[in-house]
Design a protein around this ligand. Structure first.
Ligand code: C2E
Ligand code: CA
Ligand code: CA
Length: 645
């Protein structure tokens, strides 16, 4: 062994191990991998040049002195390249948080790189930076110190730009890269003191290793359960590809009703199932790579557009039958979404939201759903995004309106209640958006709680400002969604708003949907109890539209039930529908609930409902929902008892 070369050998071995690991790791051809590969190879070349430099023999028969100058020039060029590539690596690895200031430095860095290489090459004939004596030992002068200082300064500037080029300086990935830079600088300083590149080389090899195990660690890309790529890597790869020119075709496999499988079999079956599914998917021809991005979702990237259809057919066959898990056949429900030209999406979040949009549009029944991403659905998705933005700004700036629809009491012969309904204008015009759409969106993006709080405050204000109106109107009904009921802390907030507004609790009723009653969790029970204690009475909304039945209602502390509009269809013809409605209304009355019929549109319906003992009526026959000012006039004009409805 060449004397004093042990550090070099250690560095070389470290890099060879890294290289073997790297080549072994599953990876896509993305930029980070390319750059990291370049760093590794340049690091190896650096070690080889250093070994040759220390070699006492005149290996290349150019004279010991020249051999030293040439090989050390090779070393310096490798160092320049590595430090530049680390910066480039940072740029790609931190793609999502990298800012343009960093981009400008990258450009300047390219010029500095060229200058550094040129100066080093010129030193071979002119020897103005360093030289060697005939025995092959380094001879340094004042220029060499300046030269080394420049390299260190450039490395420090790299560190500065890695940090300043990123919006979130606390990112774990930045820390790894900075450690690498520090190690490299320490290596260069140590190497300069010793007047050779042995330490320098070792420092660089260690810094590459640090990058490998911190920021380029293959295990952080792999899904623990299936061994396929995980969401982190999906984001990394697709952030590069989206919005680009190279086409990207993929099949999303969304598994659903997994909880049913977990309930049917033992705990932990889900992971085993995922592994079995992966085994089927791994060998499909035409699949470029597989991602397991969340527990119920796989994404297969196809090598070409034609292959996407083949892959879809194969996957269809897999989920059409049953999947064998440890000798048991399990049938697994799945939705398959083929997305061609996914590169047209601007960001990974857009793509994920689009998948969510498609899934929501599909009724998840049956075992296998085929969903095709079409141009039309993409347009609809963008339209919905626009509404979501409008909703967000409406919530922030309190731009949602409220309309009130009167509810008529058959016993008192006049309007005794109002239902408050939220209204939002279409972002591209003066039309109203359907609450069915924006309330669902608000539920999905988590702003529904804020909306209810905001509307409740306003409704309390309306009640306080309209004492005279509230003499006739016993209460105002407000819709709250099942999600809100599942959050007792939010229900406390609603009660607090009511208390702060000094509006009596019995002036407000909350309408809760059937869903909340069907999924009667401990949280829902606690919320209902809180409302009861606060003296706020509840109504079940849309009864008869879903799966709730009398058993769900028994024992619930609710004051009344609103029968869904859909139940009214066909009642005027006598027959089954009429008998059905009549009996439900009677049974609910007998159970002690106030019964409200929703969606009454004709005198005929109103008369029948009066006969059948329904307590209250609501519908376009009486009035459509209207703004606060209008409802005041409307109620004032209908103060008197209405003899005939
Ligand atoms: P809902 O609670 O069942 O409200 C009654 C809906 O039926 C209202 O629709 C009302 O305008 C409509 N309607 C009333 N009478 C008739 C009729 O005779 N015929 C027909 N065809 N429709 C009638 P709207 O305002 O479009 O609201 C739709 C749904 O959106 C509401 O259904 C409610 O579930 C939800 N919603 C509205 N505002 C809010 C809110 O502030 N919070 C929550 N959580 N949900 C809301
Ligand atoms: Ca309602
Ligand atoms: Ca309703």
């Amino acid at each position: 062994m060449i004397p004093g070369s042990s550090f070099l050998w250690a560095g070389l071995i470290l890099l060879v191990v890294n290289l073997m690991q790297f080549l072994h790791q599953k990876k896509l051809k993305e930029r980070c991998s390319h750059v990291f590969y370049a760093i590794l190879m340049t690091g190896l070349m650096l070690c080889v040049f250093s070994l040759l430099m220390l070699e006492p023999a005149d290996t290349f028969m150019m004279g010991r002195r020249t051999q030293f100058v040439v090989t050390s020039a090779g070393c310096y060029i490798c160092i320049f390249l590595i430090s530049y590539e680390i910066l480039r690596y940072a740029r790609f690895r931190l793609n999502d948080i990298w800012q343009e200031t960093g981009g400008i430095w990258l450009f300047i860095r390219r010029i500095l790189l060229a200058a550094g290489i040129a100066v080093t090459l010129l030193n071979i004939p002119y020897r103005f930076i360093y030289d060697a004596d005939p025995s092959g030992s380094m001879q340094t002068g004042g220029h060499h110190t300046i030269f080394i200082c420049c390299i260190i300064l450039i490395c420090l500037a790299d560190m500065y730009f890695i940090v300043s080029g990123c919006r979130q300086a606390a990112d774990r990935r930045i820390t790894g890269l900075l450690i690498a830079c520090v190690l490299m600088i320490l290596g260069i300083i140590a190497g300069t003191f010793h007047s050779d590149v042995r330490m320098m080389c070792f420092g660089i090899a260690v810094s590459i290793n640090v990058i490998y195990i911190t920021v380029n660690n293959p295990s952080t890309y792999l899904d623990r359960v299936t061994g396929t790529f995980n969401l982190g890597y999906f984001r990394q790869v697709f952030t590069e590809r989206l919005g680009g020119r190279r086409s990207l075709h993929m099949l999303v496999i969304e598994l659903y009703q997994l909880d049913r499988i977990t309930r049917l079999y033992e705990k932990g079956i889900e992971e085993k199932l995922m592994r079995s599914i992966t085994e089927h998917l791994v060998y499909l021809p035409g699949v470029k790579s597989i991602f397991h991005t969340r527990s119920e979702r796989f994404v297969l990237v196809a090598v070409s557009e034609e292959k996407l259809w083949d892959i879809t057919e194969y996957v269809r066959e897999i989920f059409g039958g049953s999947i064998t898990v440890e000798g048991r056949s399990i049938r697994c429900a799945a939705a398959l979404i083929g997305i061609r030209h996914a590169e047209q999406f601007e960001s990974i979040d857009q793509l994920t939201l689009y998948v969510r949009f498609l899934l929501r549009q599909t009724e998840m029944s049956g075992r296998l759903q085929m969903i095709e991403a079409s141009e039309k659905s993409i347009q609809e998705f963008y339209a919905e995004q626009e509404i979501e933005r409008a909703l967000e700004s409406a919530v922030k700036n309190e731009l949602l309106d409220i309309q009130y629809q009167p509810i008529y009491s058959l016993k008192e012969g006049r309007f005794v209640s109002l239902e408050a309904l939220s209204r939002l204008r279409h972002p591209a015009g003066s039309n109203w958006l359907s609450p069915e759409v924006f309330i669902r969106l608000a539920e999905e993006c988590g702003s529904i709680a804020d909306i209810t709080c905001m509307q409740l405050r306003r409704i309390c204000g309306f009640i306080r400002e309209n004492d005279d109106l509230m003499e006739q109107i016993h209460d105002i009904k407000i819709n709250i969604s099942a999600l809100e009921l599942g959050d007792p802390a939010h229900c406390d907030e609603l009660i607090a708003i009511l208390l702060d507004s000094s509006v009596p609790a019995d002036k407000v009723r909350f309408e809760i949907t059937e869903t909340a009653v069907i999924h009667y969790t401990a949280e829902v029970e606690s919320s209902i109890e809180k409302f009861k204690t606060a003296g706020i009475r509840l109504f079940i909304d849309d009864f008869g539209s879903g799966y709730a039945d009398f058993c769900n209602l028994a024992g619930l502390p609710v004051a009344g039930v609103k029968l869904d509009r859909s139940l009214l269809a066909g009642i005027a013809d006598g027959g089954f529908e009429a008998a059905f409605y009549k009996n439900i209304a009677r049974a609910l009355s007998d159970l002690g609930f106030i019964v409200v019929a929703e969606g009454v549109e004709s005198a005929e319906e109103a008369e029948l409902l009066a006969e059948w003992g329904v307590d209250m009526l609501q519908g376009y026959y009486f009035a459509k929902p209207m703004a606060g000012g209008e409802i005041r006039d409307f109620i004032r004009n209908h103060e008197q008892k209405i003899e005939r409805i």
